[in-house]
Design a protein around this ligand. Structure first.
Ligand SMILES: Nc1ncnc2c1ncn2[C@@H]1O[C@H](COP(=O)(O)OP(=O)(O)OP(=O)(O)O)[C@@H](O)[C@H]1O
Ligand SMILES: [Mg+2]
Length: 332
């Protein structure tokens, strides 16, 4: 894939597999996607779909027994299989990730200011004095109130929202071109969630940074993303522009996800419908379309032949019988 539109990250045919004592686990299967500068891609799907594994692979942070195949290029540079030292230099500098649980990624015994400053000392060769001054600015940019005092506090002294802002400050310390945010707001209450999301949006626009936003929540995607990739059982089942997918999903799984989620724009009397059944176990691959056991309309072809991604109505869809363009997600 050549980058006519200055892609920051190009993932091509990425697969992640684990050999475990209980058998092989195909966590990610043949995923391809591109993210351009200043663009946000929302990566959605149920728990276990492979969202985190795909991006941990990009970061070079998978468990040691992971087998990775495919390509992931950051501004043309291959990340998969790259020299660990080169990768470490890239991480934190050009490529940064905000993890789901800030408490596990912040060191509990180091004050916040030093955790931010350390990134600058390591990656930017700053003195500790310079780096601490810069840390204050970064906290202010991340809209941490009372930033000077926060520098000297430990993570446990901060609220969940504050800790997530500190994670954002650390991630932004070296001005990354690509930020991966893995469920950045799941643990937060709704009003703090909205503040963090608008902060990410502003930073993305101001810095021209590319953002991969991993989330369960299509509402979050609607507010922030330009593109969406829907993952099911390790594969992309639908991808395209956020407008198209949320208004007019072609894949029955995307439509089911939309029906299962509260939406501000939905009519008040529209019921929420949980998706019946369970996603398949990655240890027991399903013949045919992986969604067929949960799909309302799965003719026999779906039970034997796995649909490949193909272009339909301006989106990419892996379904033998995609929903027609005229159907609306809201009036289902
Ligand atoms: N070290 C490992 N060994 C074996 N299987 C693993 C390992 N790490 C992850 N997996 C499996 O990979 C699959 C994908 O996991 P992943 O964490 O990417 O899901 P996810 O979409 O991020 O889910 P969630 O929304 O719950 O965070 C899961 O079935 C998980 O059990
Ligand atoms: Mg995850």
């Amino acid at each position: 894939m050549t980058s006519a539109r200055s892609n920051v990250l190009e993932i091509e045919s990425l697969s992640v597999r684990y050999e475990t004592p209980d058998g092989a686990v195909q966590a990610v299967a043949d995923i391809s996607l591109e993210i351009a500068a200043g663009e946000c891609i929302g990566v959605v799907g149920e728990s276990g779909a492979g969202k985190s594994q795909a991006f941990l692979a990009v970061m070079g942070l998978l468990a040691p027994n992971a087998q990775v195949a495919g390509d992931a290029r950051l501004r043309g540079r291959e990340l998969l299989g790259a020299d660990p030292r080169a990768l470490r230099d890239l991480r934190g500098a050009e490529l940064a990730m905000i993890f789901q649980d800030p408490m596990t990624s912040l060191a509990p015994h180091i004050v916040v200011g030093d955790q931010i400053a350390e990134v600058l000392v390591v990656h930017k060769n700053m003195s500790w004095r310079e780096a601490r001054a810069q840390a204050l600015q970064l906290l202010e940019q991340a809209q941490v109130t009372d930033a000077a005092r926060r520098l000297t506090q430990y993570p446990h002294e901060l609220s969940g929202g504050m800790r997530q802002r500190v994670m954002i400050a650390i991630a932004l310390a070296c001005d990354p071109v690509m930020l991966i945010a893995d469920e950045p707001t799941t643990a937060l209450d709704v009003s703090v969630q909205a503040q963090i999301l608008s902060l990410l949006k502003r930073l993305m626009r101001e810095r021209g940074m590319a953002l991969a936003l991993i989330t369960h929540d299509l509402g979050v995607v609607a507010g922030l993303a330009d593109q969406v990739a829907v993952l099911y059982a390790g594969r992309i089942v639908e991808s395209g522009s956020v407008r198209k997918l949320l208004k007019n999903p072609s894949h029955p799984y995307t439509a089911a996800l939309l029906r299962s989620m509260p939406r501000i724009d939905a009519p008040v009397d529209e019921p929420l419908v949980a998706i019946g059944g369970q996603p398949p176990s990655p240890r027991q691959p399903i013949a045919g379309c992986p969604f067929h056991p949960r799909c309302a309309a799965a003719p026999s072809r779906c039970t034997t032949e796995r649909p490949e991604l193909r272009r339909i109505d301006g989106a990419q869809v892996a379904c033998h019988f995609p929903r027609s363009n005229s159907a609306s997600a809201i009036t289902l």
